[in-house]
Design a protein around this ligand. Structure first.
Ligand SMILES: Cc1ncc(COP(=O)(O)O)c(C=O)c1O
Length: 271
């Protein structure tokens, strides 16, 4: 799951459910003519291993055992390929039947994603050869682990088009990531009379933190509604974004409704 803010324009993998947060600067900052930068809000909080990440992570790692075929499949996925059957073959968990003759279909990726072979192999290699404390040791294994950790941060920054890798903060999950933004940047920048725009299709992890913030600060929550076909009423949603809007947060793909929200269009609507 990835949160994004400000001028960052994430280019996501097709079909990967995640949430995007966009914000506008506080009035004070906007008036001074500067924009909020990396020091104010991380542009990405990543809690999942993405297919492209696994592709890059494995490439060039000494002892990495993922096959070239496996890596190139991951890279094609990152490039927007729609050869899903081919992609499915990379996920050992998807090669099973839940009942005789019924292949497993797994849709709960927003909660726990299945891992492609390249990730499983790299995890096994890492725990077998490098596993050590990150940023807390001077010995060989610690240095290798730290390097891998920091390289992953660079890869994620590149993937979400973040201007600076230091904007990437790893968290355990989406709930922790959104609460982190709510408890830090949002508490410091959102006040009484400011507005937060969400949709009615949000998971609790992207609802409760904002409800608590609104209770605490007096900010107002506004909700985008659905069309009768279960997709977001985009025109209505855009009409909710005004000069009072401090933060817009919505999922990119709903794993309940299956719809893909026009994140780019919404981000461009931000005042
Ligand atoms: C659609 C959706 N969004 C967000 C979350 C929260 O994810 P996490 O458990 O990583 O905090 C879940 C978890 O089930 C989910 O299904």
């Amino acid at each position: 799951m990835v949160l994004s803010a400000g001028p960052t324009r994430p280019s996501f993998l097709p079909g990967a459910p995640r949430q995007v947060i966009s914000h506008r600067p506080s009035r004070k900052t906007a008036a001074s003519g500067t924009s909020l930068g990396a020091e104010h809000l991380p542009s990405a909080l990543a809690g999942v291993l993405l297919a492209r990440l696994s592709c890059r992570f494995v490439q060039g790692r000494p002892g990495a055992s993922a096959s070239n075929a496996s890596r190139s499949k991951m890279c094609r996925l990152a490039a927007g390929s729609t050869d899903w059957q081919h992609v499915r073959e990379d996920f050992p968990a998807l090669q099973q039947e839940v009942k005789p003759g019924i292949p497993l279909v797994y849709l709960d990726n927003a909660a726990t994603s299945q891992k492609p072979r390249a990730v499983l192999e790299e995890l096994s290699r890492f725990y077998g050869q490098d596993n050590s404390n990150v940023h807390r040791g001077m010995h060989t294994l610690s240095m290798r682990s730290t390097e891998a950790f920091e390289n992953a941060r660079k890869t994620v920054a590149h993937f979400v088009n973040a201007p600076d890798e230091h904007e990437i903060i790893f968290t355990r999950n989406a709930t922790e990531a959104i609460n982190l933004v709510a408890k830090t940047w949002a508490e410091a920048n959102i006040g009484s009379g400011d507005e937060i725009v969400l949709t009615v299709m949000e998971h609790h992890s992207n609802l409760v933190p904002w409800q608590l913030l609104a209770e605490k600060t007096g900010a107002k929550l506004k909700f985008g509604r659905l069309r009768s076909n279960g997709t977001l009423d985009v025109e209505h949603f855009e009409s909710l974004i005004t000069e009072k809007t401090k933060l817009v947060s919505l999922c990119h793909v709903s794993n309940v409704l299956g719809c893909v929200n026009p994140i780019k269009r919404v981000a461009e609507k931000m005042p």
